[in-house]
Design a binder for this molecule. Structure first.
Ligand code: NAD
Ligand code: ISE
Length: 337
């Protein structure tokens, strides 16, 4: 079976996913697109044969020729599309964040629980990155003892013009909110956000931020977000256990020595750093559509991360330590992790 995919939002990652669905992965074909920028939608559709351009994302979902939907529009628009997919019974891959608030994400949980089956896979691609998978295996294997601390840095050289201050939490730090829950296999219980001296490149975006997360077991996580750091795209995670530590290794395959300096290339952006992870996550999605059940990061994971984002935003704007209060986990998600 070839899965016929409709794509909503054909900006940077939408186009990148279309490229991999079309030329890299097996078992899928892009048959329809929509974007609030219709000219962009036409341009992207024109690069392949047989791609219908729809006026709206909801038209993509309603198209009988579309078996499954990929949502890659801005975060605040995800709820409408994901809920419409669930109500239409169509599998949906939704880019992170699931929604910009816990309340909106909770409505998506309600819709999926009402449908009685998982239809959503969320784009937390770090769970498919070979480095993070190896890190998790060491933590779960117990050789470093119980995890006590996690040190994280999430550095972007620059961000897009539509990136506003809150997105450091809802769009950037949200990756760590998910990956920490998944690495330690527990929920985050409180967030404190500190604002260091601002980077002169930051403009209206308060940058960098330093977040302190606390988890159910009492582990502490420090997270630096820097989104104007210029030198490259750099993601760091180290788990400190009772008997040892484990951290992501270098991603560069080579070390260069010249003119008195030893160095390794640093990824330019998220496309380059996580290319393999995006390939594996989307192949996983296509295969799950064929198999008939959604797998991987779930609506619940998106909800949990969104509630942590809420706490992070409260701490960013009002200061202080903000507890995270999740609702009870519905039975639909109990066997996930
Ligand atoms: P982008 O601005 O490059 O592209 C978004 C596109 O969506 C634009 O073409 C815009 O016109 C369109 N759009 C906006 N609202 C729409 C709507 N209501 N209906 C249809 N189209 C709409 O942004 P991007 O960087 O591609 O990010 C898109 C999403 O992907 C965001 O949620 C972002 O957080 C996520 N993302 C994830 C990763 C990752 O590492 N997993 C990386 C980048 C972006
Ligand atoms: C972007 O949307 C992503 O998801 C990238 O992975 C992240 O590094 C970046 O900060 C976000 O803006």
């Amino acid at each position: 079976m070839t899965v016929r995919v409709g794509v909503i939002g054909v900006g940077m990652i939408g186009q990148d996913h279309i490229r991999r669905l079309t030329g890299v992965l097996a078992g899928a074909r892009v048959v329809a697109v929509a974007d609030v920028d219709p000219e962009r939608a036409r341009q992207v559709a024109g690069q392949a044969i047989g791609v219908t351009v729809h006026a709206t994302g909801l038209d993509v979902i309603a198209d009988d020729d579309v078996d499954a939907v990929l949502v890659a529009s801005w975060g605040a628009t995800h709820e409408e599309y994901v809920v419409a997919c669930i109500q239409a019974g169509k599998p949906v891959f939704c880019e992170k964040p699931l929604a910009p608030s816990g309340e909106a994400a909770g409505r998506i949980v309600d819709a999926e629980v009402a449908a009685g089956r998982r239809l959503v896979q969320l784009g937390f691609m770090r769970r498919y990155d070979p480095g993070y998978l190896a890190l998790r295996e060491v933590v779960a294997g117990g050789s470093i003892g119980a995890a006590l601390l996690v040190h994280c840095a999430h550095r972007n050289p620059t961000v897009q013009p539509h990136y506003v201050a809150d997105m450091a939490i809802t769009d950037t730090a949200v990756h760590e909110f998910d990956v920490v829950r998944w690495l330690l296999d527990e929920e985050i219980t409180a967030v404190t956000v500190h604002r260091p001296r601002p980077n002169r490149h930051g403009g209206d975006v308060q940058d960098p931020l330093l977040l302190l997360l606390e988890t159910e077991s009492g582990a502490f996580v420090d997270l630096e977000t820097s989104v104007n750091i210029r030198y490259g795209y750099d993601i760091r995670t180290e788990v400190v256990g009772e008997d040892g530590t484990v951290e992501l290794g270098p991603v560069a395959p080579v070390v260069v020595r010249r003119e008195g300096i030893q160095g390794s290339p640093i990824a330019a952006d998220w496309q380059e750093r996580f290319e393999k992870a995006y390939d594996v996550e989307l192949q996983h999605w296509i295969d799950s559509v064929v198999a008939g059940t959604a797998v991987g990061p779930s609506t619940w994971d998106g909800y949990a991360a969104a509630v942590v984002s809420d706490a992070g935003l409260t701490s960013l704007h009002r200061g202080g330590r903000v507890p995270v209060a999740l609702r009870d986990k519905p039975g639909l998600y109990l066997k996930d992790r």
